[in-house]
Ligand binder design. Structure first.
Ligand SMILES: Cc1cc2nc3c(=O)[nH]c(=O)nc-3n(C[C@H](O)[C@H](O)[C@H](O)COP(=O)(O)O)c2cc1C
Length: 175
């Protein structure tokens, strides 16, 4: 058994729906990243573009338990301009030394998820245990549910295989 926290940032609500579905499928706890100065309307969208262009890290608030209390966290975030949305960028940078194993789930129109996973790997200095994506359309028509279930199961299995490996690694018989 493992202990996994889902951490979501969502601008227009789609990533939050994905994160809530994943949590309800797996019985995992949900935490949120929000902006200190939430964006809105056309100006808000322009801020998304500017943040992405300059790779900015806006001021954020984190509402959830300490990520370090968990075996792994799943980061759920939209893609902006082919990149990780800037509030999640800010969260990863701020928490980099406190994050356990990380899985990345991107929510997007159709392109950019590999860049988000690569950025998380770069900031953390280690690869995510798993990364995947769903499109807005798959969320809207419900067709993402099965893939989300498979993703959750894969995260669980990746962590379970750690749990098995740790005692063996520590065992004097393995040396
Ligand atoms: C400023 C901006 C830029 C975006 N750029 C991309 C992009 O490069 N690739 C993509 O697939 N989707 C892009 N999208 C679409 C979002 O990733 C998609 O709508 C996502 O579902 C939004 O998640 P949210 O509702 O949780 O905010 C962009 C959306 C915004 C607002």
């Amino acid at each position: 058994m493992n202990n996994i926290l889902v951490i979501v940032y969502s601008y227009t609500g789609t990533s939050r729906r994905v994160a809530e579905l994943l949590c309800s499928q797996q019985n995992w706890q949900l935490a949120s990243v929000a902006e200190a100065h939430p964006r809105k309307g056309a100006l808000g969208t322009l801020r998304c573009v500017v943040d992405s262009f300059f790779r900015l890290q806006p001021a954020i608030r984190y509402d959830g338990p300490p990520p370090g209390d968990f075996d792994a966290v799943v980061l759920v975030s939209p893609i902006w301009m082919l990149q990780l949305a800037s509030p999640m960028r800010a969260f990863v940078a701020r928490q980099r030394d406190r994050l356990p194993d990380v899985a990345v789930l991107s929510v997007m129109g159709g392109q950019g998820a590999p860049n988000a996973a690569a950025e998380v790997a770069r900031v953390l200095g280690r690869a995510p245990i798993l990364s995947s994506s769903v499109t807005m359309r798959e969320v809207d028509d419900g067709s993402c549910a099965a893939r989300l279930q498979a993703f959750g199961t894969a995260v669980r299995e990746a962590e379970d295989s750690h749990d098995v490996a740790r005692p063996v690694t520590l065992s004097p018989q393995s040396s």
